[in-house]
Ligand binder design. Structure first.
Ligand SMILES: Cc1cc2nc3c(=O)[nH]c(=O)nc-3n(C[C@H](O)[C@H](O)[C@H](O)COP(=O)(O)OP(=O)(O)OC[C@H]3O[C@@H](n4cnc5c(N)ncnc54)[C@H](O)[C@@H]3O)c2cc1C
Length: 451
């Protein structure tokens, strides 16, 4: 086939895929711009082929795949040739696709929302800055920190150190304490002004609240609790997260709306190195007045959870127990081992549900995501919902009497045996090594387990 002359891409005709129609209520009929669909008494569409212009609208609205595009053998040959040449050019895209492309192209740049309390940034914001840097480099755009608060200019400089090229600074008394209405107005105003293609936020209480509100107001998609982020060659953000109770990992894309918004839990992404770098601070005049905000902060009451409260998400050594611990009292041997390491005790959901450990110690999909230097799983089978919360730990040691337990698939070292014998033996060996001057690290624990 000659390529000298421009070949027009055949549009085909819509046709019924017999047996698939669910008689959903004739959305296909109303979607047709040339009225070429008629409904039969059974509620199934009949496409008048001579009138069909191949716009595909009916095919796109059908929820059951009951309408499909069909092509004559000649048209199929042309399509095959065009595909071989990769010959889809802009003017061959239909009007809708072109309009969509233009709409999406107005949005450029990657933003990271810098969450702060009393001027101190949440670490997850810097973890996201590291991931944001990678995404911005892949897309060839600037990485922007969004800093909101009162007296928070120092966070812009900190953002540059973690990789941001520039920072939008919304600094005003109305942003002193987080209130959804004020931050929502501020962030939506910024989005309206500068149109980013991607916004990342921490999946913290604040981040979840704000991200959901912003996505609703600007009319875009939001993927919560992502565990992986990447971009495809069409600038779509590929947002991976556990789905269906954690049994599969789904990659979600928001390919028709911008900005693409994602939240990520603390400790899921790597903390980038801090380096002295500079960037541009762009001050944005405050778009919110105090009297527009209905919520007033009267008093800040510190959350006092007592001396034994630990945020396991930030701990370097974790010894976790599961259903294999048999009862609450048996956790004492894990506390001994954790003390020896200078760490703390975590738990699987089964152990928490049994009342052996408090929920704040739960590791996994509905607990905390942890990334310690050493994670020792004792009597934990390794269900996917547990693994998503700890599989990025630097060193994983699993103790289980079932040699086929899935936990061994993510463990760097696995000990098949009875935890009630193995754990005290490791503790005793560590104690011995410590007496000889060893410090709790990967090497000493490897020595203790004989690796
Ligand atoms: C929506 C959803 C969210 C969830 N979120 C979480 C979550 O955040 N975190 C979480 O952990 N789970 C979560 N789960 C539950 C998860 O599916 C598993 O049920 C749970 O992780 C199992 O806990 P376990 O490994 O302690 O218990 P089990 O699966 O019962 O495993 C016990 C293990 O102990 C071993 N064992 C028993 N005795 C000994 C011994 N003496 N010595 C050595 N080994 C021994 C056994 O061989 C077994 O492998 C969630 C589930 C759902 C549906």
């Amino acid at each position: 086939m000659s390529t000298d002359k421009k070949i027009k891409r055949p549009r085909g005709k819509a046709a019924l895929n017999h047996g698939k129609c669910i008689a959903c209520g004739a959305r296909c009929e109303s979607s047709c711009p040339v009225s070429c669909i008629e409904m039969n008494p059974a509620g199934e569409p009949t496409v008048l082929a001579e009138k069909c212009i191949g716009c595909q609208k009916c095919v796109k609205v059908c929820p059951a795949g009951a309408l499909e595009m069909t092509f004559t053998p000649e048209e199929l040959a042309i399509l095959a040739e065009l595909d071989k040449q990769g010959a889809v050019t802009a003017d061959e895209l239909d009007d809708e696709a072109r309009e969509l492309q233009q709409r999406l192209a107005a949005y450029r740049g990657v933003w990271v929302f810098v969450e702060q309390t009393e001027g101190e940034a949440a670490k997850v914001s810097w973890e996201l800055m590291g991931k944001g840097r990678e995404l911005a480099d892949s897309l060839g755009v600037r990485l922007t920190a969004v800093v909101m608060g009162e007296g928070v200019e120092h966070l812009c400089h900190e953002s540059f150190g973690y990789g941001a090229d520039q920072a939008y600074l919304l600094d005003a008394p109305v942003f002193r304490f987080y209130r959804t209405e004020a931050y929502l107005k501020g962030l939506c105003h910024l989005i309206d002004l500068h149109k980013p293609e991607i916004i990342l936020m921490g999946a913290t209480g604040l981040g979840r609240d704000l991200a959901g509100a912003v996505a609703t107001v600007v009319g875009t998609g939001l993927t919560a609790d992502c565990t992986g982020l990447d971009v495809d060659d069409k600038r779509n953000l590929m947002q991976t997260r556990p789905a269906f109770g954690g049994n599969i990992m789904a990659t979600i894309m928001c390919d028709r709306f911008r900005p693409q918004m994602a939240t990520v839990r603390p400790h899921v992404m790597h903390m980038p190195e801090f380096a002295q770098r500079s960037g541009e601070i762009i001050r944005i005049s405050c778009p919110v007045q105090e009297d527009e905000i209905l919520t007033k902060v009267l008093e800040i009451i510190q959350d006092n959870k007592g001396d034994d409260h630990v945020d396991i998400a930030g701990v370097e050594f974790i010894v976790s127990g599961g259903r294999g611990m048999m009862n609450k009292e048996n956790f004492a041997i894990l506390h001994e081992l954790a003390d020896e390491l200078g760490g703390t005790v975590g738990a699987s959901r089964s152990a928490v549900d049994s009342g052996w450990m408090p929920h704040e110690r739960q590791v996994g999909q509905t607990g905390k995501t942890v990334r310690p230097k050493i994670y020792i799983a004792c009597g934990i089978s390794g269900a996917i919902q547990h693994l998503v919360g700890m599989q990025d730990s630097d060193l994983i040691i699993a103790i289980n009497r079932d040699k086929d337990a899935p936990i061994f698939q993510v463990a760097h070292y696995g000990i098949v045996g009875d935890l009630f014998e193995v754990v005290p033996a490791i503790t005793a060996r560590l104690r011995e090594l410590r007496m000889r001057g060893g410090v709790a690290d990967g090497n000493v624990i490897k020595q203790a387990i004989g690796a």
